[in-house]
Structures are given as C-alpha cells and as structure tokens.
Design a protein around this ligand. Sequence first.
Ligand SMILES: [Zn+2]
Length: 184
Amino acid sequence: MLFFKILVSGIVGGVVLFGWVMAVGFLFIGVETIAEYFGFDIDLSALIDYRITLGIGGILSVASFLFILWKLRNWGSKKFCAWCGEKSGLTKEKEYEGNYVWAYPNKDGSPDKRVEDNYEEANYFTFWRCKKCSALTKFQHNMDKNPSSSVKVIQVMLSEDGEGERTVKDWAEKGVHSVSGVRE
Ligand SMILES: [Zn+2]
C-alpha cells in the first residue's frame, strides 16, 4: 500500500514538473512573441537561467509529491467514524492494551513448549471522538508483540452514539470475530 501511495505521488510530482516546464516554455514564447510585435527582440531563456526555472519546478514537484503523499495517508486505512463514516477529524480519547496471550498456546493458555520462538502478543484498543457527529468509535488493532495505535486496525466498533442518523456500520476484517458485541 505504501509503495502504491509513493507511486501515485511520484507520478503527480512528475506531471507537475513536466507541466511547469511546458508552462514556462509557452510563457516565454508568448512574451517573446508579444515583445516582437512591439518591436523588441528579447530572448527570455537567455535572460533567465534555466537552472532557476528547473529549481522552481523541482521545488513545486517535490512539494506536490509530499502533498499528495500526505493526502493519501488515510487511503486504505480502516480508521473511520462508525457513526457517520468520516475519516478525518477523529481525536484519540483513550487507549489500552488487551491481554497478552501466547502466539502458540496450549489449550489451557500456557505456552506451547514445542514451539521454540514462542512469544506473547496482545491487541490494542483506541477510542476516537468524531468532530463532525461527536460519536465515539473503538478501533481494535491487530495482535502484536508491541501493541500500539500504529498497528493495523482490524475492527471498528461504535462505542457511543453520535448526532443525527447513523449512516455506516461497524466493520471487521474477514475472519475477525467480535470479542464482545457489548458497547463500552
Ligand atoms: Zn462521526
């Protein structure tokens, strides 16, 4: 996903640079044509160093690359308000770690000794307040050795109702079973 975002941003950056060079080229030709009409013979490309033109184009290109990359940061992410569906304007209100369990447990929950590099992992839970509808949404992050809010979201659940009509549903990644249907 990150590769795809960089690719899209890179294409936009390239198009911006190309567009800039074309625009400056046409501007120069236009100005020179008008100057010629009034009897002046000027050569803008000789007056203005091409490095300045390319430098400005480069800055614009990099800026648009970063801007698009930033714009796409939530793309493909399942972080949304479970009441109105907004992806932006969510503020984290609380978070906690789930219970640690062994990656390879025995039936009674003790570590499976046959697995050499067995390790403990836990879910992570974060709660987000929506600026638009004021609902509270709970995200369940995937099991991880180092649980945190940056781990992929695998479940989105409404925790507190928002204002107006609810327009979206809870979401869970395929194969993820709800830990509890009870709202907190
Ligand atoms: Zn909302």
